[in-house]
Design a protein around this ligand. Structure first.
Ligand SMILES: C[C@](O)(CO)[C@H](O)COP(=O)(O)OP(=O)(O)OC[C@H]1O[C@@H](n2ccc(N)nc2=O)[C@H](O)[C@@H]1O
Ligand SMILES: Nc1ncnc2c1ncn2[C@@H]1O[C@H](COP(=O)(O)OP(=O)(O)OP(=O)(O)O)[C@@H](O)[C@H]1O
Length: 270
């Protein structure tokens, strides 16, 4: 048994927070999309489940026992163990659903190697609100707490995308806690492009309150004249979409010249 998967970086092309629920979670409507790059996972058959981490952001994951990769493995019945190596290329607590994407990749590995149990969606949602979307890693609309998924016409596939993160971790819970209440309203109607162009990220304002550098990233991305720039998820990563790789790469060079300390990733939307 030898399985490999990319844990595709998740971005929220739009995220409208609708209401706070009694249990503290928030009702939302979001347009999920995925970049064709991210963490890399390799699995080999083993007499027991094992886990090791390499890569630029391995140091941010200090306790392997509470890693979502192991939680995803434990929730999925299999006849044999798997030894997993995770190459952690995505920043942690960054709004890119990095841990959720890793869990999604484990679900796809187990699906390919052994098949998934019928209730895999329930098992995925228990690991985190973003995990069900990360299993298929295809552009879709999420409702409820983000786990009720609907297809959408994806007219953004292949668009050049640039991700920028200030290397400041921002946890999801505190950003939702700073959300001002009210209602961001429903997602706009139409294709993925319509929803992206006409939508917002309602968590941008609370994220900027906690992490003001997010506003600087958005300002610098907008200088590069993308189709649009927005924060992803609860931040602090922001992204911009471009009509060509050349425009995106020039934007990347502009940002690297003024802020060489900011993390960047280039790719295309799936
Ligand atoms: C911000 C998003 O990434 C957008 O895709 C998600 O809504 C969050 O997804 P996630 O990180 O997988 O979320 P979870 O791990 O389930 O929750 C982390 C914390 O975020 C808050 N949370 C999360 C999802 C949601 N709909 N409402 C919330 O208020 C809760 O305080 C929760 O304790
Ligand atoms: N494999 C993993 N990769 C990243 N974080 C993990 C992993 N396993 C556990 N975690 C923990 O999960 C928390 C959230 O990390 P993650 O990178 O998934 O957040 P995020 O990018 O903010 O996600 P979201 O977009 O859902 O808000 C971190 O505190 C981290 O310690």
């Amino acid at each position: 048994m030898h399985l490999t998967q990319t844990a595709y970086a998740k971005i929220n092309l739009a995220l409208h927070v609708r209401a706070r629920k009694e249990n503290g979670y928030h009702e939302l409507e979001t347009l999920f999309a995925f970049v064709d790059a991210g963490d890399r996972l390799v699995a080999h058959g083993s007499n027991e489940d094992r886990f090791s981490v390499t890569g630029e952001f391995a140091g941010a994951l200090t306790n392997p026992f509470d890693n979502i990769v192991m939680q995803a493995l434990f929730t999925l019945p299999r006849p044999d163990g798997l030894a997993i190596t995770l190459e952690k290329n995505l920043p942690v607590a960054a709004g890119l659903g990095g841990g959720s994407a890793d869990a999604g990749a484990i679900f796809r590995m187990v699906r390919d190697g052994y098949g998934l149990p019928d209730d895999w969606r329930v098992r995925a949602a228990k690991l985190g609100a973003d995990v069900p979307a990360c299993v298929e890693s295809e552009t879709c609309v999420g409702r409820g707490i983000g786990t009720e998924l609907e297809p959408v016409e994806n007219d953004l596939a292949g668009m050049a995308v640039l991700l920028v993160n200030p290397r400041v971790a921002l946890s999801t819970g505190p950003v939702f806690a700073k959300w001002g209440g009210g209602d961001d309203g429903p997602l706009p109607q139409g294709t993925a492009k319509d929803i992206f162009i006409n939508g917002i990220n309602g968590l941008e304002e609370p994220a900027v309150t906690l992490c003001p550098i997010v506003a600087d990233i958005l300002e610098q991305l907008r200088v590069t004249r993308p189709m649009a720039a927005r924060m992803s998820g609860s931040g602090a990563t922001c992204f911009a979409l471009y009509n060509s790789d050349e425009e995106r790469d020039m934007a990347s060079q502009h940002i690297a010249a003024i802020r060489p300390d900011w993390w960047q990733m280039r790719g295309h939307l799936r």
